[in-house]
Write a protein that binds this ligand. Structure first.
Ligand code: SAH
Length: 248
């Protein structure tokens, strides 16, 4: 079977066995664990993961041709193939208690995949993704709504840079392996509302807070009204969110 790789689906296969094995190692897989791999493609990373004594490996892939290829080439009874879009996937539906999630993500939708994962963070103690280096740096920055959304529930670790030559076809930019370790800094009951708050806070980042929130609200939080979103610490953001909930 000859596979034509689809650019529109971000199909850049990681072909370095050294890097594939490193990713599997960094996932710290131990006996009995249940793992989800996003965008398995032709299953190169899948094979590296299956060397570990995990109980089950769910593969979430959107492309029908890739799924057929995997069906023919991966014979392991721990594998469950699922055709689904990882930007909207409901991890709860798997009915598992805990999941490790990882993958060489399709770069065009990497942030959407991670945003979706955050809604299920309580199920997912660890995640590990290969993404564009620039995207990884944005998540780490603490300077965008998504970066704060992620860091409310996870500690991020930049593990390594992966240059284009390790992929086929080669992407134009460097990639980075980044690990998410669950660390819930604040319990948030309504994540959609929290997203709404954070996107409002980070929209027009250069604008001062007083253009975005009522003055009394800022006063109650002891925040000067000429501050900007990026001046805030995580604890300020949590406090502001609490007070904002009372106002909205
Ligand atoms: N993990 C493989 C391939 C990575 S390429 C490897 O390392 O070799 C990204 C993969 O994600 C492709 O197989 C592509 O078909 C798949 N994909 C693209 N968009 C997706 C989506 N929204 N949901 C799930 N999989 C997707």
């Amino acid at each position: 079977m000859i596979l034509r790789l689809k650019k529109s689906l971000g199909q850049h296969l990681l072909i370095s066995s050294g890097v594939l094995n490193r990713i599997a190692e960094y996932a710290q897989l131990s006996e009995g664990e249940v793992v989800v791999e996003i965008g398995p493609g032709t299953g190169l990373l899948t094979k590296a993961l299956l060397k570990y004594p995990i109980t089950k490996l769910y593969l979430i892939e959107l492309d029908t041709e890739m799924l057929e290829y995997l069906q023919e080439n991966i014979k392991d009874e721990r594998v469950v193939l699922i055709q689904a879009d990882a930007t909207t996937f409901n991890y709860q539906e798997l009915g598992e208690r805990k999941l490790k999630v990882l993958g060489n993500l399709p770069y065009n939708v990497a942030s959407l995949i991670v945003e979706n994962l955050i809604y299920y963070h309580s199920l997912i103690p660890l995640a590990l993704f290969l993404v564009q280096k620039e995207v990884a740096e944005k998540w780490l920055s603490g300077k965008s709504w998504l970066s704060i959304f992620i860091q409310t529930f996870y500690e991020l670790e930049y593990l390594m840079t992966v240059p284009p030559r390790f992929f086929k076809p080669q992407p134009k930019v460097d990639s980075a392996l980044i690990r998410f370790k669950q660390f819930i800094k604040k319990e948030i009951s309504d994540l959609k509302k929290y997203k709404k708050f954070l996107t409002a806070l980070y929209q027009y980042k250069r604008k001062m807070l007083r253009k975005k929130f009522p003055e009394e609200l800022l006063r109650e939080c002891n925040l000067a009204n000429n501050l900007r979103a990026e001046d805030l610490k995580l604890t300020d953001i949590f406090l502001l969110y609490e007070k904002w909930l009372q106002y909205s």
